[in-house]
Design a protein around this ligand. Structure first.
Ligand code: ATP
Length: 258
């Protein structure tokens, strides 16, 4: 197969797609995951495929939250493993936190493949929903199955690409939930404690950098960062960026119509 030429104007976006397709061929990503990516990609296209200021503020708040937590856990699904497998392993090391495989379309085979992939990237602790499993109350999808030592007893859960149902249930269990979602209108974005509206491929390395930068900050300072963060306001700011971008597309369209 001929790869994407580096000179292509949509090179980055197309190589992200290729990573997912490769994940699909390896049995890590499900077809539904490819479609879910499409919804995210559309939002990324609108926001200009760059990280905006509100997302940077959310990343800082997320880093503060994770550093203040006693038992943080990083939840990994198929798309996350395919897109940022190495990067979540690096984040886990930085936080000294376990990774936990968590799937909506659950199968033992896929759970094991994702676990293997993360270990091949150097992960030391990968929890799988295969033994010592608990269920998240009120959830029916495969996402209800969580490790007793991991998500079940975590005080903060980083859920890079999540569904709204589980976000709501994890919040109801009293956990701080940090989500990454390009769609600021989704139920996940609205239910999470902190939502980073950005592409997961940009958000995860940014978060690792922020954790490194804030690691030696006094607890008071971290609490201050958290106190000054307002998730609803942050989402509203991202919506307003989207609205402005759409207005500029519309005026371009009008100029063509003249
Ligand atoms: P919700 O239950 O939260 O309303 P949903 O049903 O709209 O979610 P899903 O199908 O569970 O969405 O997952 C797709 C979500 O993931 C979309 O909101 C999309 O914006 C987001 N998404 C997909 N790919 C990425 C990515 N690479 N980075 C960030 N977000 C992404």
């Amino acid at each position: 197969m001929v790869g994407v030429p580096k000179s292509h104007p949509r090179y980055v976006s197309l190589t992200i797609r290729e990573r997912l397709v490769e994940g699909f061929r390896k049995g890590i990503v499900v077809p539904e995951g490819l479609m879910a990516h499409g919804r995210g990609e559309a939002f990324d296209y609108i926001i200009g495929e760059v990280t905006h200021e509100p997302a940077r503020r959310a990343v800082r708040a997320a880093a503060a939250q994770l550093l203040l937590s006693r038992r943080p856990v990083i939840s990994v699904n198929g798309n996350t493993a395919a897109l940022v497998g190495r990067e979540v392993v690096e984040l886990a090391k930085e936080l000294n936190a376990p990774l936990e495989v968590n799937l909506f379309y659950w199968s033992r085979d896929r759970v094991e493949r994702i676990g293997e992939l993360l270990r091949s990237y150097g992960a030391t602790e990968v929890l799988l929903p295969l033994e010592d499993v608990e269920e998240i109350p009120g959830l029916e999808s495969g996402r209800r199955l969580v490790s007793k030592k991991g998500i079940y007893c975590a005080d903060a859960v980083f859920v890079p690409l999540e569904d709204g149902d589980r976000t709501e249930k994890l919040v109801a269990m009293g956990k701080a939930v940090i989500a990454v979602d390009l769609n600021p209108f989704s139920r996940t974005a609205r239910a999470a404690t902190i939502t980073i509206v950005d592409n997961v491929v940009r958000a995860v390395p940014e978060l690792t950098r922020a954790v490194r930068e804030l690691r030696s900050s006094p607890e008071d300072e971290l609490r201050g960062i958290l106190r000054s963060f307002d998730n609803s306001l942050n989402l509203a700011q991202m919506v307003s960026i989207i609205a402005k971008r759409l207005e500029s597309f519309a005026s371009f369209g009008e100029s063509l119509g003249d």
